[in-house]
Write a protein that binds this ligand. Structure first.
Ligand SMILES: Nc1ncnc2c1ncn2[C@@H]1O[C@H](COP(=O)(O)OP(=O)(O)O)[C@@H](O)[C@H]1O
Ligand SMILES: [Mg+2]
Length: 207
């Protein structure tokens, strides 16, 4: 994989007032970028632009050397399915199902097998047959991360992924994400307002 995972050139965006101007960002395999800033500074907006969910007012985003704006809808869908893993502050598991069934959905969509080692590392391998509603918030977040890692995405976009977790759970979850990036040679874009967490990343963008 020679091409950079993300190259963003001269990104400018505003919703009424300008959030950021002429930002240049690059993400290589095995690397991580933190986006930090106060609430409302445009962190989520920038993350969504880098993931191709929002079109910037001006500037370009290239994934693996291809300009996102040049992809048609079908290519965008394929690209997302294959490359992108989104982790949010609140997890989106299917509530009526067991944890295992939630992972099986990811298996089917991604055509990849659940990585039981990840479940072991996350400390949730014994909870597979529990209903989602019976799990604690931290356990649900771990399953949602396991589900995303099952896809083996090339780029993980995480928007304050530990915002709802206590310090210990947060550290464990973050370690899993970082290990995944290093072990599989992938990339991470992490939105956080935790400076300690941001400092673990290779680059920090401040808004
Ligand atoms: N779709 C939108 N339409 C209009 N304004 C928006 C939209 N999304 C975000 N904003 C505004 O842009 C600013 C930055 O939002 P956001 O990127 O969510 O910031 P952060 O994630 O740093 O808290 C906020 O003032 C927010 O209200
Ligand atoms: Mg946000």
């Amino acid at each position: 994989m020679n091409d950079k995972l993300i190259v963003a050139k001269n990104l400018t965006h505003s919703f009424g007032e300008t959030l950021f101007q002429d930002l240049n960002i690059e993400l290589e395999a095995n690397k991580s970028i933190a986006i930090v800033g106060v609430s409302g500074s445009g962190k989520t907006t920038l993350l969504h632009i880098l993931a191709g969910f929002i079109k910037p007012n001006s500037g370009q985003v290239f994934h693996f050397g291809i300009d996102f704006a040049s992809r048609n809808l079908k290519q965008i869908e394929e690209f997302r399915k294959k490359n992108i893993g989104m982790i949010f502050q609140s997890h989106y598991l299917f509530k009526g199902f067991s944890a295992r069934e939630n992972l099986e959905v990811a298996e089917i969509i991604a055509k990849k097998k659940i990585d039981f080692q990840i479940l072991e590392k996350l400390g949730i391998s014994n909870l597979l047959d529990e209903k989602v509603t019976k799990l604690s918030g931290g356990q649900q977040q771990r399953f949602s991360i396991a589900r995303i890692l099952t896809k083996q995405p090339n780029i993980i976009f995480a928007d304050e992924p530990t915002g709802n977790l206590d310090r210990k759970s947060a550290d464990e979850v973050v370690e899993i994400i970082f290990n995944y990036i290093k072990d599989k040679n992938r990339g991470l874009v992490l939105v956080t307002h935790d400076e300690k967490l941001a400092s673990k990343c290779d680059n920090i963008i401040r808004l």
